[in-house]
Design a protein around this ligand. Structure first.
Ligand code: SF4
Length: 354
């Protein structure tokens, strides 16, 4: 919703991508290479649906590092043009590839020729909204396992998102955020409940996109686990845009934590999955879930190291591989078993006085 508003204010007609559905995935699977990772397939399907709805330009991000993300855009362009779609693709590369390139592309998108001051104002507004959205989501993670009426948090949280979508100035964003916080805090909760703390690590797309991880955060919350997601948009932007532009290493403490096990950046979030798991263990979390798209090389590497981390730091880790065959019932069963194990482990440790 933030990028949409920014582009609209610059004078573009925006066709925002729909929430990925089974049709999106079916289209993606049909028109992607068989061994492409799940995010690639979902993005293929999303592009096709957007082009069917009239889009003539695709705006996407590029990528660096030794994983396939940097090749996504040229591959999508070639495949979709081969299918007969007529469109232009604008790829925003990370700032370390050159600020000049970003400047030229922004000029192209700035159809109404807004001044740099006006653009800066819109970016400030967008950043305020992203921060408020992340904050509301974090609060929903806290409230959900404590809710008395099942699904009340999810209902209220959806409402807060619609308030945020309608907020179009810093003042309105502040008001919508405050109303959202009050609504979430107002949900009747059981303060005595025995709550587990589970960290979620893994590849960014499947960690952030609920339709790709089959609403894992809701499943866990409703089973009585407070979720801490290792990736939020605000943190990701600071690490990958701001720190990158200033030639700093984003997420330094995470990379330092992972160093003993994986000293190299291997693309995607493989190194971060290790570092975050160690930090969660040190912070006393009950367990960690790693989300990995099928065939994702960085997460496969992390998956081969995580058993050692789990043993060394005495923290249970469940690795879940997601692809087009993954169903919600099967995922829920695995997660229920993991949550049972964590409760049993907590009881045993309490009895043993650990
Ligand atoms: S990190 Fe993994 S899932 Fe993401 S683009 Fe790279 S290989 Fe694909």
């Amino acid at each position: 919703m933030v990028i949409r508003r920014l582009l609209e204010q610059m004078g573009n007609e925006v066709i925002a991508p729909l929430r990925p559905s089974q049709r999106t995935l079916d289209l993606g699977v049909r028109y992607s290479p068989e061994f492409a990772c799940l995010p690639y397939k979902l993005v293929t399907g999303t592009y096709i649906e957007s082009l069917e709805r009239g889009a003539d330009t695709i705006l996407t991000s590029g990528g660096v590092g030794p994983c396939r993300a940097g090749l996504y855009a040229p591959m999508h362009e070639a495949i979709l043009k081969d299918l007969g779609y007529d469109f232009e693709i604008i790829i925003i590369e990370p700032p370390s590839r050159g600020i000049g390139d970003i400047y030229r592309k922004l000029q192209k998108l700035n159809a109404d020729k807004l001044s740099w001051l006006a653009l800066l104002g819109l970016v400030r507004e967008g950043w305020a909204k992203v921060k408020a959205l992340d904050d509301l989501e974090r609060l929903s993670h806290y409230v959900r396992p404590r809710e008395i009426e099942k699904r009340s948090t999810t209902r209220v949280y959806q409402k807060t998102l619609s308030w945020m979508a309608e907020a179009n100035s810093i003042k309105e964003i502040k008001e919508a955020h405050e109303a959202g916080v009050a609504a979430l805090k107002g949900i009747p909760q059981d303060p005595e409940r025995d709550i587990l703390k589970i960290g979620i690590v893994g590849e960014i797309y499947v960690v952030l996109e609920p339709s790709a991880n089959l609403e894992l955060e809701e499943i866990l919350g409703e089973l009585g686990a407070e979720v801490d997601r290792s990736i939020f948009l605000t943190g990701w932007t600071m690490d990958n845009a701001v720190a990158d532009a200033m030639r700093l290493t984003g997420g330094r403490s995470v990379k330092r934590a992972a160093k003993e096990y994986l000293p190299e950046m291997i693309g995607g979030h493989g190194q971060d999955s290790i570092g975050h798991t160690i930090i969660y263990a040190k912070d006393g979390f009950d367990g960690v879930i790693q989300l990995s798209p099928f065939t994702c090389i960085p997460e496969i590497v992390a998956m081969s190291i995580l058993p050692k981390v789990s043993k060394d730091y005495d923290i249970p880790v469940l690795s879940i591989v997601l692809d087009e065959q993954t169903g919600k019932a099967g995922l829920t069963t695995r997660v229920e078993a993991f949550v049972d194990l964590l409760y049993r482990r907590r009881r045993q440790r309490l009895e043993a006085g650990i």
